[in-house]
Design a protein around this ligand. Sequence first.
Ligand SMILES: Cc1cc2nc3c(=O)[nH]c(=O)nc-3n(C[C@H](O)[C@H](O)[C@H](O)COP(=O)(O)OP(=O)(O)OC[C@H]3O[C@@H](n4cnc5c(N)ncnc54)[C@H](O)[C@@H]3O)c2cc1C
Length: 220
Amino acid sequence: MPLRLAEDWTGDWCDLNLKNISVTARRDGKPIAERFGEAFFTRAGIGGPIILDISREIRDALKKGAVSLHLDLKPAVSAALFDKRLQREFAEQSNKDFRNALGKLLPRTMIPRFISLAEIDPGKKCHSITRAERKKLLGLFKDLTFQVTGHEGLKKAIVTSGGVALKDIDMRSMCSKRIANLYFAGEMIDLDGPTGGFNLQVCWSTGYLAGVNAAQPAAG
Ligand SMILES: Cc1cc2nc3c(=O)[nH]c(=O)nc-3n(C[C@H](O)[C@H](O)[C@H](O)COP(=O)(O)OP(=O)(O)OC[C@H]3O[C@@H](n4cnc5c(N)ncnc54)[C@H](O)[C@@H]3O)c2cc1C
């Protein structure tokens, strides 16, 4: 499921597809899950493949504590290296206003919000940006933090977890162990996997088995 976030400005970025980012979920500050790949913001929060995938862990964690989501927008480079990159950008554009200095680092849509989150005067010349200001900006690239308030629920879910217990199904035929001549397939079974086709494969494979076996003449 897509996730809802406390930050009410995610709609500003909802035309963006963030590729090759990493996301870490923390419950009460402790890391509980991590993914790498593609995500996008929605008006209410965040969605996309890695979010749908991590949402199961987050749904469970939300029952136990406060969950935050930490985005690393530049996971291929360490914080120290990216800090050097920021220093280089600011040195090359030393007489430019800060508001005009992020063009090579971020999609245009993200810049105004980044500037306000960094709490750096947009009219400040790059040569005057302090170390502390640069570190705060670095934190936004490497650890952009959101508070998760909930999820979008079944209506927006791409797969259900839960359903008929596996222990009650004969996996060779998909027949119920409890009720004769009752067969199960697909979503109704308590079986789900990460995004990427595993769930469709479950549906096709169990559907095939259930169909073939249900069509067999009843024994006796
Ligand atoms: C937006 C989206 C994206 C997805 N992307 C992926 C993906 O990339 N990879 C992946 O592996 N999985 C993906 N899934 C999940 C995957 O599509 C489902 O797991 C799969 O389609 C479920 O198949 P199913 O046959 O069990 O159920 P469904 O496809 O839900 O089929 C159930 C059928 O039963 C019908 N029905 C319901 N009630 C009755 C009734 N009372 N009488 C008669 N008919 C009824 C429904 O109309 C429906 O046609 C995605 C799902 C969504 C919604």
